[in-house]
Design a protein around this ligand. Structure first.
Ligand code: NI
Length: 394
């Protein structure tokens, strides 16, 4: 049985891929600078005998053909970039680069995809179709490596009928996977506002146009976009996260700069909300005598897990792991550039449990002490190989 062979190979190869993860973890690279990581991936694919091409400078796209390769193509995606965080773990494979750390587990995602590639290639006479391996750069930073890879044709030639991606989940016990259908992660857009008034002596406010007061009203006013215009059943967040203006007690400043984030799960609401935010901001600032510079920097779209594909994947996970180890994951207002793929083809983004309370492995992603229980690697690579070789797309 193929499932048994995949499990056996994943177990057999786990030590090799844990060592690969240690290498990647010790040598992290920031978004769009994944040159060494890219070379390392290319070298491994060569070693396995898998052909590949380069996209978006550091991205690597491999192709494994099974029997009847024209039958269907399934894409498996792993991201490669690290974060500007100083690692605080005292481990033998601690980051060798000051201020750069794989704190979101993308080293694990790359490792699992390499592991799946080795297994799928070895068993290629035993499954049907083609598997496209997508090692993508720049998940952590706009415009998102996924969008660049798509621009360079990663979803063409052959066009995948479906795409799978996984993410480590520090809130899920190692040994488990979790899935959810429909909306799973939010879009994320950045808001930049400058409120311009007229500065002057704080004792003579009647001679000034006070941008501090206007910006204060604006923050309250913007909250009403969410509380009064959005359907309460539709998850959305608007947070003003930076308010900068003024230097001292007796001067009204000339301007105030605000920054914030807007998140949503419904794409139609998302763009309607942009217009509302713009209207409220502009009209409120004008009504108080100020002027405004306004920018929404449009970021990643929401991640949407195709219902039928998610059901199939969930069923495959139950076969691979047992029903007791497959859970439903929660929705999150975090963002992922995997959303760019799910806008174009059916996708399923699932979570790999990496937590182990007894080993004190519980730190969240994007923190200086994030780490994983490495027993997750055998599961992560095995499950990806199983999905790539067993999901029939109608
Ligand atoms: Ni991540």
């Amino acid at each position: 049985m193929r499932i048994e062979k995949i499990k056996t190979l994943a177990k057999q190869y786990a030590p090799e891929f844990i060592a690969i993860r240690h290498h990647l973890h010790a040598n992290p690279e920031l978004s769009y600078e994944e040159y060494e990581t890219s070379r390392f991936i290319q070298q491994k694919l060569k070693e396995f005998g898998i052909p590949f091409e380069i996209k978006a400078t550091t991205g690597v796209v491999g192709l494994i053909k099974g029997r009847n390769p024209g039958k269907q193509t399934i894409a498996l995606r792993g991201d490669m970039d690290a974060l500007p965080i100083q690692e605080e773990n005292e481990i033998p494979y601690k980051s060798k680069k000051d201020g750069v750390m794989h704190a979101c587990g993308h080293d694990v995602h790359t490792t699992c995809l390499l592991g799946a590639a080795k297994i799928l290639n070895e068993l290629k006479d035993e499954w049907e179709g083609t598997v496209k391996l997508i090692f993508q750069p720049g998940e952590e930073k706009n415009p998102g490596g996924a969008s660049l890879m798509i621009k360079e044709g990663v979803l063409e030639n052959p066009k995948p009928a479906a795409i799978f991606g996984l993410h480590v989940h520090p809130g899920l016990q190692v040994g488990k996977l979790s899935f959810r259908e429909g909306k799973v992660m939010a879009s994320a857009d950045e808001i930049y506002i400058t409120v311009k008034g007229k500065g002057g002596h704080a004792a003579a406010p009647h001679l000034c146009i006070d941008p501090i007061l206007i910006a204060s009203h604006l923050i309250i006013g913007l909250q009403q976009v969410v509380s009064r215009n959005n359907n309460p059943y539709n998850p959305t967040v608007l947070s003003i996260t930076s308010f900068q203006g003024g230097t001292t007690t007796n001067v009204i400043p000339g301007e105030v700069k605000l920054k914030g984030t807007f998140r949503a799960m419904d794409e139609a609401w998302r763009f309607k909300a942009h217009e509302l935010i713009r209207k409220v901001a502009t009209e409120l600032v004008f009504s108080m005598g100020g002027e405004i510079d306004f920018l929404i920097d449009v970021g990643y779209p929401s991640v949407y897990n195709n219902e039928a594909l998610n059901k199939l994947a969930n069923g495959k996970a139950v076969e691979f792991m047992g029903a007791q180890n497959v859970e439903e994951t929660e929705k999150r207002m975090g963002a992922e550039d995997f959303g760019y793929y799910t806008q174009l083809i059916p996708g399923c983004f699932y979570r790999l449990g990496v937590m182990n309370v007894s080993k004190k492995i519980t730190a969240g992603v994007h923190t200086p002490t994030f780490n994983i229980d490495e027993n997750a690697i055998e599961i992560g690579m095995g499950m990806m190989a199983w999905l790539g070789s067993s999901v029939p797309i109608e």
